[in-house]
Design a protein around this ligand. Sequence first.
Ligand code: FAD
Ligand code: SF4
Ligand code: SF4
Length: 474
Amino acid sequence: MQKPNMSLKKNPMPTQEAEVRARNFDEVALGYTEEMAIDEALRCLNCKNMPCVTGCPVNIHIPAFIEKIKEGDFEGAYEIIHKTSGLPAVCGRVCPQETQCEQRCVRGIKGEPVGIGRLERFVADWHNAHSDKVPETAPKNGHKVAIVGSGPSGLTCASDLALLGYDVTVFEALHTAGGVLVYGIPEFRLPKAIVQKEVDNLKAMGVEIMTNMIIGKTLTVDELFGMGFEAVFIGSGAGLPNFMGIPGESLKGVYSANEFLTRSNLMKAFRDDPNTPIMKGGNVAVVGGGNVAMDAARTALRLGADKVYIVYRRSMDELPARREEVEHAEEEGIEFRLLCNPVEILGYENPEDKRDPRNGFVTGMKCIRMELGEPDERGRRRPIAVEGSEFVLDVDTVIMSIGTSPNPLIKATTAGLDVNRHGGIIVEEATGKTTKDGVYAGGDAVTGAATVISAMGAGKVAAKAIDDYLKSKN
Ligand code: FAD
Ligand code: SF4
Ligand code: SF4
């Protein structure tokens, strides 16, 4: 038996140098080698009560897969993970492990927890490099299910139902499948080839994916039932951007983070000959402090911005983005303007010449300094504007990243589908069943913006409930 590794620190993740990666779109983190993975696996104590497993929303059997890594049986490790998670190469990269599985790891009591996410990524990448095996599906049972949206919730629900023998069709509004995994999270954090491989696997399992199909416009949910689908899963996400409602938000050069990232990720704005307009060069302000804001800021830098600011109204202690992403952003040269709030976006206007091509473009952003007051109902100290402290940030582009909501289109076109006051579809938690018979929902469309793994968990729950529902009906 190999000796446990009692190092208090995780094996560091090899990464591209900050000054090099700040100007390219290649993946920042390079992944463990086999030796590093085995060495990190040896830090796991194979605890009998498995506290880490309770921290994982889909309860991956973490100690069991890590034991396989210790033995050098990487495919065996993959098989264990794949029993509960269909997208390990994605989750190993983007899961907020520090608040989930790794937060509960006993090695974290004194020192750093086991690098569970890094090990999961290693195993999934090893499998993808060494195997083209497509999961075996049960014989077709003749029942049709429609999935709306091809994000992690929809892909997971589709995969689980296909495995059970259902005839599954995914309807996706955009021209590429993958949801936020392809249009939101940038290539330097999640290479698109990884998501494409998962989508190709689904197709190989017999799932049909129809892109450019907006449910609520091209077809309604009721029309899907008319086409012979016996159940519908809605995984349409929360892609509707919020704005602040300040003057100047309709100027040229103001984007929502979703639009900006979609133009870059999906419409390849980073190419020399892009077929979509986007900023190149100049100064950029990203308003907000979440993961999406970090992604937008780091994308702007890679697209050639001279300076990129994160403008956030609270302090670093309250900033909601993952620590690792904040550190990466700082190393790359993103400047944090904390305790600042925009009050107006300023634009160029030449009253002498209405046809001046500079008219209507952003020239700056007026901000006000903030200080922190008493905690709000969520325990976060409330930001209060400091009177008379306005100043102008010299920027040419403003990217608003202050949250998103579920798009109201499906609700508006589906009778009997109830939503809450935030626009989230109301479901039974244990099943994902909505208020409309035969319709299930999960992921961000229900919870509002959340995480990949929670969306996948919801897709799994709904697939099981749809199977029970259709078995009870037929
Ligand atoms: P989505 O991934 O949003 O997919 C919904 C799909 O439905 C989309 O493809 C959309 O085009 C389609 N659709 C919408 N309406 C219709 C319609 N009417 N008809 C047909 N199709 C429709 N989470 C993490 O865990 N870690 C991270 O690091 C992380 N980073 C993020 C970075 C960014 C920039 C963003 C925006 C989000 C990030 N998230 C992260 C959140 C995570 O990506 C989401 O919680 C997750 O993708 C939600 O999955 P979903 O399946 O519910 O919806
Ligand atoms: Fe941890 Fe996410 Fe993997 Fe679960 S899926 S074990 S939370 S990294
Ligand atoms: Fe291993 Fe940590 Fe889980 Fe214990 S809690 S089994 S050490 S990963």
